[in-house]
Design a protein around this ligand. Structure first.
Ligand code: MRU
Length: 335
């Protein structure tokens, strides 16, 4: 396995390789996707997930679409970008690879190589950007502090290093600070307990797992110095992130705990409003079953929105690779 990467291109076999995140924490398994349909399946079933990782997965989908000579590349790109509609990064990645391919539209044989080069550039950029977010964010954490996070905005959500967890890693490894993380389990798919807990333990960073519903008590008890989460899309009035983020933001504000959003500038979509963004609604089985265990009546009415929206008023600052911005600074910023 390539050191510390979540998704990458295997030049020898001409395929995409990725950590199958549905298998963690039970096993660290690398799988190959050799066709567009295999990679689309991996995105839909969240073998690869997390906004920045989805950007690269989307770009690789376009690479496969070029290699497979999909008739209408723009239509194929549109379908890929809508596999998971909330994170802007998927369409960002698709569009970058599509533009690269379309620049050589008159040379059909070169489209695959151009799209692939662009996807590889995105991999290098992802790690660089996350390291920069890490440095900016680490300056906001004092030695000995405790940070609460939700979902997984770690290296598994990116190509490497991570955004919210990248900040923790930078604080610990580059600056020698002692940081303790409270990870919310993040029902229903448990990215917090399966992925964030695994990542941090793997790195020997102190982590305590809590249920999502324990977060308010833990904050009220004074155990948390700041909350740091990732973002799937930042729009004019606020940001979208994993369902449950909004409640943590409200509780943090009530208890005067700084609430930070760590995100690459590619997650910013400031021309759009909350109402322009579709919130992915996922299947009822995610709530009725845990694994194969049925935990609710089979015919219960269910709503399963995968993301929620948090208005800017709850955000202390957005931590990007280009700087740390208060919400009111975003519109005139260098984003
Ligand atoms: O449904 P997921 O697991 O793709 O959702 C992931 C999140 O909500 C993350 O917090 C977000 O993508 C930021 S990742 C750096």
């Amino acid at each position: 396995m390539e050191e510390d990467l979540t998704i990458w291109w295997d030049d020898e076999e001409g395929c995409v390789r990725m950590i199958d995140q549905t298998r963690l924490p039970v096993e660290l398994k690398v799988i190959a996707c050799r066709t567009l349909s295999e990679l689309k399946e991996a995105i839909l079933h969240m073998r690869v997930r997390g906004a920045p990782a989805l950007a690269v997965a989307g770009a690789f989908c376009v690479v496969f679409a070029c290699r497979e000579r999909c008739g209408d590349l723009e239509k194929a790109a549109y379908e890929i970008a809508n596999l998971r509609p909330t994170a802007v990064n998927l369409s960002y990645g698709v569009n970058r690879a599509l533009s690269a391919a379309m620049r050589v539209y008159d040379r059909a044989d070169d489209m695959f190589a151009e799209a692939l080069n662009e996807a590889k550039r995105m991999i290098a950029e992802d790690i660089d950007v996350n390291r920069r977010i890490g440095e900016r964010g680490a300056a906001l954490i004092e030695d000995g502090e405790t940070v609460l996070t939700h979902c997984n905005a770690g290296r598994l959500a990116c190509v490497g290093w991570g955004t919210a967890l990248g900040i923790i890693r930078t604080a610990v490894f580059n600056h020698g600070k002692r940081v303790h993380v409270f990870a919310c389990e993040t029902r229903p798919l448990n990215q917090g307990s399966r992925l964030t807990a695994w990542e941090l333990m793997h790195d020997n960073i102190a982590v305590t797992l809590i249920t999502d519903s324990a977060a308010a008590k833990i904050m009220r008890d004074g155990l948390i110095d700041s909350v740091i989460v990732g973002a799937d899309r930042v729009v004019k009035e606020g940001f979208f992130n994993k369902i449950g983020t909004y409640m943590h933001a409200i509780v943090a504000k009530e208890h005067s705990i700084p609430f930070y959003v760590a995100a690459p500038t590619s997650s910013f979509d400031l021309k759009k409003s909350e109402k322009d963004v579709e919130i992915e609604e996922r299947g009822r089985e995610e709530i009725i079953f845990v694994g194969n265990e049925q935990i609710a009546p089979l015919d219960i009415d269910v709503r399963n929105p995968a993301f929620d929206f948090t208005p800017h008023q709850f955000v202390s600052a957005y931590i990007t690779e280009n700087g740390v911005f208060r919400p009111e600074e975003l519109i005139n910023s260098a984003l």
